[in-house]
Design a protein around this ligand. Structure first.
Ligand code: PMT
Length: 412
């Protein structure tokens, strides 16, 4: 289940150009299962209309401190008590300064004073304003009071200049909030995840590959990072952004993926093989584009690639290993076969070939380990990733406890 499921998020929108990203932010928070209520400063309404945010948040938008429509005319108190967390995005230099001073001269600053909920800011401003001594002093004071800052990011700014001051992307802000509500089950653990397809070159312009989009593996990497792990993601070619807090290693072929995994496996405690790695590759890659030759059929000779998961599993000091099984028939039998034959700690099996599994935003998993099984019904991949990692955390802990008990028994 997503850590934001059922959470009440008060989204404060400040008056900066980055406000145009907040309808997407509200939608993504709702997709993650949160209820969103929006408060806008007057300046924010110059950049984006309350109606847009009302539509994407599915709740009325609040702009006025004294609201005759609110219970007892005390909208700020009601909103302040309602929220599980307050996120201000974009947090302008002016808003940060007013929060530092404890001012209560509009609805948003007033409810920030009145709320017991954690306060998170996503600053966005020109890079010179962000580096100004006054802003630095305000930032440090807010941090010392326990306010959390998400960003700002570096890059091209609305004014055309380049520097630190861009608001974090909506997807990154959602991940940052997820961390806030996620028990740190993997705190300090090293997790290595493979994701996406591999490409096996036929000639310089053609390759063999498969339909993996990388969505499942990226969701796992993102959730593991939110649960406190140091995550390395070894990924085949995808169009997906790197999840927040994750180290991304890009590879193309099965051989490159194997090399990248083996180079990092020694320090890894949990290995999750979600990539759809090619089982076969052309025995040779043609140096030039292969030309058509009349009407006669063409034969492509393939050889086996090495099984990365099996290689990792055969290491003398192997990590806790989680394999996937992508099946179009006999899901349970094939998953159990992989569990026993490959000797992995867990197998997450999914149906592929229909409207879930490959490419789609949804998936469903049947998870197997020695002596146990659990079904994770159809859900969006990010949500499923959390459910899967809860099971991984349980099994990893059980194995860890078993190993330390065994070694104690040995010593005695
Ligand atoms: O990327 P998406 O579009 O989100 O789709 C997700 C997914 C369907 C790709 C994913 O959920 C999944 O099932 N991944 C594993 C796909 C696969 O290759 O399954 P398999 O049954 O062929 O392989 C079994 C296991 O061995 C897998 O963990 C695989 O990573 C691993 N393997 C396979 C071949 C190989 N040469 N090396 C490997 O490590």
């Amino acid at each position: 289940m997503s850590p934001l499921s059922g959470k009440r998020i008060l989204l404060g929108v400040g008056g900066g150009i980055a406000a145009y990203k907040t309808p997407e932010l509200a939608r993504r928070l709702r997709d993650a299962g949160a209820t969103v209520r929006v408060v806008m400063t007057r300046a924010a309404t110059a950049f984006i209309t309350p109606l847009t945010l009302q539509t994407t948040s599915a709740n009325p938008v609040h702009t006025e401190l004294l609201d005759p429509a609110a219970e007892a005319g005390m909208g700020h108190i009601e909103l302040a008590r309602w929220a599980d967390v307050v996120l201000i995005a974009p947090a302008t230099a002016d808003l940060m300064a007013r929060l530092t001073m404890g001012m209560a001269n509009d609805l948003l600053t007033t409810l920030c004073l009145a709320t017991p909920a954690p306060l998170c800011l996503a600053p966005a401003m020109n890079h010179v304003m962000w580096a100004a001594p006054a802003t630095i002093a305000n930032r440090d004071l807010l941090l010392s009071r326990g306010v959390r800052l998400f960003g700002p990011a570096e890059g091209k700014q609305a004014c055309g200049e380049v520097g630190v001051g861009r608001m974090e992307e909506p997807s990154d802000l959602v991940q940052a909030l997820e961390v806030l509500f996620t028990p740190q089950r993997f705190a300090g653990r090293q997790v290595l995840v493979t994701a996406g397809p591999t490409r096996e070159a036929i000639d310089p312009v053609r390759f063999l590959s498969n339909r993996s989009s990388g969505k499942m593996g990226y969701a796992i990497a993102s959730a593991a990072a939110a649960m406190g792990a140091q995550v390395t993601l070894v990924t085949g070619p995808t169009a997906l952004p790197t999840p927040r807090g994750v180290t991304r290693i890009e590879v193309v072929s099965a051989q490159e993926m194997q090399d990248a995994v083996l180079k990092r496996i020694e320090t890894c405690e949990i290995f999750i093989a979600c990539a759809a790695v090619a089982d076969y590759r052309p025995i040779a890659t043609a140096p030039h584009k292969i030309k058509k030759k009349g009407e006669s059929p063409m034969t492509l000779v393939l050889e086996r690639t090495e099984d990365i998961l099996a290689t990792v599993n055969a290491l003398p000091h192997r990590p806790f290993t989680v394999g996937f099984a992508a099946e179009t028939e006999q899901l349970e039998a094939n998953a159990l076969d992989k569990l026993h034959r490959k000797g992995v700690d867990m197998v997450a099996a999914n149906w592929v070939g229909g409207d879930i599994g490959f490419e789609s935003d949804d998936n469903a998993l049947q998870v197997y380990w020695m002596g146990g099984q659990r079904d994770l019904p159809r859900a969006q991949k990010p949500e499923l990733a959390y459910s899967l990692l809860e099971i991984v955390a349980e099994r990893f802990q059980a194995k860890d406890t078993q190993v330390s008990t065994d070694s104690r028994t040995h010593k005695i």
